[in-house]
Ligand binder design. Structure first.
Ligand code: SF4
Length: 477
């Protein structure tokens, strides 16, 4: 049975110059534990990956119960809701939409049943053969996500069990996908053959769990086992953990932006701390693009580690110059036009005492559209900064992302065509420099070919055809 209550709120996204997040996944099989509560804490630590909706599906071995809602994890799951979600296994999802609008129907986990069997599914990523899959699936429900489409296709084969259904359907998908799935007894995790989106396996005293990032394993006391491999399907149940392969992996291509921006600094990817990697990026940036300045400040939060590295390498003091309102999140009920005009001020407040009269190095992770960066530069000047030298710990973004990060057309990318100095003029900085792609990759200690770098160099690991991605592909069919 799928249960829900529906709200009609409009969701707006505030500021945020970095690429918008993908989604957060969590799954746990642990009889005797409060699996819904473990999932709640797991999702809570993955909140940064998606703030439009949250949901979970829980099973007691007999039936699957789904609860999902628009809003933050802490808004969706009250104590009394968690108390009703009892069982031995659970999956959870936090959403940032990259296919389909922000509606209740598109919140996840998706739920389907067929012949008395049920399945629930949460997806991180974006498929690139959605139109073909939709044609194959035929009539669909009210949901307009590629994720719901996959659930529909899986449900067709449910008479053979979810494991068999997954082994049949997953090889037909093209693009980026990490999934957590469950039937009444088993939790499954899967990653696309390039492993574009992350998914890690954790061990609990009484079971197993899966999470988009290792920080969600830490918070529930699970020990990290390994990453789900590209092209692998893992099953977690009373038989332990089983590994099945649904497709060969031509090469791994983890999204390089996971290191730059998407993952939390306390997570690990490819065995490497994200914080340490970002610090190294900052050090290398200080060597590649030094600045004569009085103070290095980060754009919170993702700029923190890199700004520390820049300060260490350059010898320029590090300090905070902008304070983030952590509780506004990325999404909130749409404000009045007057409030919206305040834009970035809703989220960042400068510290004039720290900034006034100073030549600043301002470290940020990336520039996508440039509009927020421009507001931040103005904010710093208004607070008395005498110079704003922008240092970006990734190369210019010149190509759209087809794999689940919301920067989908070249037109919206400020660095897509023109010279860097045009970007500098647009954002109003005194100087602007980007980290080179080679230095960015070297900071991770993984080889260049272990990554998708397509938004920087235009080399797409999965063929994307010639059309730019549309978030509303299923609403236009
Ligand atoms: S195109 Fe860029 S943002 Fe998209 S998956 Fe590749 S590296 Fe990540």
């Amino acid at each position: 049975m799928a249960t829900s209550s529906e709200v009609g709120a409009t969701i707006a996204t505030v500021g945020g110059e970095g690429p918008r997040e993908a989604c957060g996944l969590f799954g746990v099989w642990a009889p005797g534990e409060d699996v819904a509560r473990l999932t709640f804490f797991g999702l809570f630590s993955l909140q940064h990956r998606g703030q439009e909706s949250a949901g979970m599906a829980v099973s007691d071995g007999e039936r699957i119960l789904v609860y999902r809602e628009l809003g933050l994890v802490s808004q969706v799951f009250e104590e009394r809701t968690l108390a009703t979600l009892q069982g031995d296994l659970c999956i959870g999802h936090t959403r940032y939409s990259t296919t389909g609008s922000t509606t209740w129907d598109n919140a996840q986990p998706s739920f389907k049943n067929n012949g008395g069997r049920g399945l629930a599914l949460g997806h991180n990523g974006n498929l690139v053969n959605t139109a073909e899959l939709a044609a194959e699936a035929g009539r669909r429900g009210p949901a307009t996500t590629d994720s719901d489409l996959v659930a529909t296709l899986l449900a067709r084969h449910l008479d053979q069990g979810l494991e068999e259904a997954a082994l049949r359907v997953l090889p037909t998908l093209s693009g980026a996908f990490s999934f957590v799935m469950m039937d009444e007894r088993t939790v499954f995790g899967a990653r696309d053959p390039h492993g574009i989106r992350p998914l890690a396996i954790g061990r609990l005293p009484s079971g197993w769990c899966l999470a988009s990032e290792t920080c969600a394993l830490d918070v529930i006391g699970a020990s990290y086992v390994r990453e789900v491999e590209p092209g692998e399907l893992v099953a977690l149940d009373d038989r332990g953990i089983r590994s099945l392969r649904f497709a060969p992996s031509p090469r791994a291509a983890l999204c390089l932006f996971e290191f730059v921006y998407l993952s939390r600094a306390d997570s690990r990817l490819y065995g490497r701390s994200v914080h340490d990697t970002r610090r190294e990026m900052g050090r290398r940036l200080a060597r590649e693009a030094p600045a004569d300045a009085d103070l290095v400040i980060p754009i919170p939060d993702t700029g923190f580690s890199a700004a520390q590295g820049f300060a260490e390498e350059s010898g320029i003091p590090y300090g905070e110059g902008l304070i983030k309102n952590r509780y506004i999140g990325r999404t909130f009920i749409e404000p009045t036009p007057a409030l919206r005009q305040r834009g970035v001020k809703l989220k960042l407040n400068p510290l004039p005492d720290a900034i006034a009269g100073k030549r600043l190095v301002v470290v940020d992770d990336s520039i996508v559209r440039g509009t927020t960066t421009r507001q931040i530069v103005q904010l710093l000047r208004d607070a008395g900064a005498t110079e704003v030298n922008l240092r970006i710990v990734s190369p210019p973004i010149r190509w759209p992302c087809f794999y689940g990060i919301d920067m989908s057309t070249r037109q919206e990318l400020i660095a897509a065509g023109g010279p860097i100095d045009e970007v500098r003029r647009f954002v109003g900085a005194d100087s602007l420099a980007y980290l080179s792609l080679d230095a960015l990759v070297s900071s991770t200690w993984a080889p260049k070919d272990a990554f998708c770098r397509a938004c920087f160099d235009g080399e797409y690991p999965v063929d994307v055809g010639h059309t730019e991605p549309s978030k509303f592909v299923l609403e236009r069919l």
